[in-house]
Design a protein around this ligand. Structure first.
Ligand SMILES: [Zn+2]
Length: 178
């Protein structure tokens, strides 16, 4: 079991998709969440982070959180700045992997080599994303599936303990006992 992140659902040998063990997936999401929650300023940037925060295997099942880059909440209105934001989130997450202060906060030291591999692979896929790959239905469906009290509809609150954005499942780090 594991999770696959791919560009879209067209599978080929050189499609840049990559797979992670369930354990690595959790670490990958944790670091993006720490990074993105600190950097996100606009609504569309916060939506990107919450999309990732929803990838909680303790809530949706182990090995059930793989996704395609084109499924992320892209919109042509803010595409360029959102793409820049996601690349900065990855860049900052990579920097956090070697910060002892972050290991202490999380209560574990990440397997840095694997984590950086996953972040680099994610970066390759994000760099490929272009405005013509956007399917606005994906954003509409994601927004319309959200309940009225979902954090994306109530001002994007953060966990006071972990300073990360909440998803419909609450704080991923609290849920994981961090
Ligand atoms: Zn928390």
């Amino acid at each position: 079991m594991g999770n696959v992140i791919a560009f879209n659902d067209i599978v080929s040998v050189d499609d840049d998709s990559f797979s992670m063990s369930n354990g690595l997936t959790d670490v990958f999401i944790d670091y993006l969440l720490l990074s993105g929650s600190r950097l996100a300023k606009t609504e569309s940037e916060k939506r990107m982070v919450v999309f990732l925060a929803e990838k909680q295997q303790t809530k949706v099942g182990m090995g059930n959180v793989g996704f395609d880059i084109v499924e992320m909440p892209w919109t042509s209105d803010t595409f360029e700045t959102d793409k820049t934001f996601v690349l900065e989130m990855i860049h900052h997450a990579r920097a956090l992997t070697s910060e002892k202060r972050v290991w202490e906060k999380m209560g574990y030291e990440p397997g840095q080599e694997h984590l950086v591999y996953a972040l680099n692979s994610f970066e390759v896929l994000i760099k490929r994303m272009s405005i013509k790959d956007i399917n606005e239905n994906n954003l509409e469906n994601w927004l319309s599936a959200a309940e009225i009290d979902d954090p994306i509809n109530t001002g994007f609150s953060q966990c006071p303990k972990h300073e990360v954005l909440l998803s419909l499942f609450g704080c991923k780090l609290c849920n994981d006992g961090r």
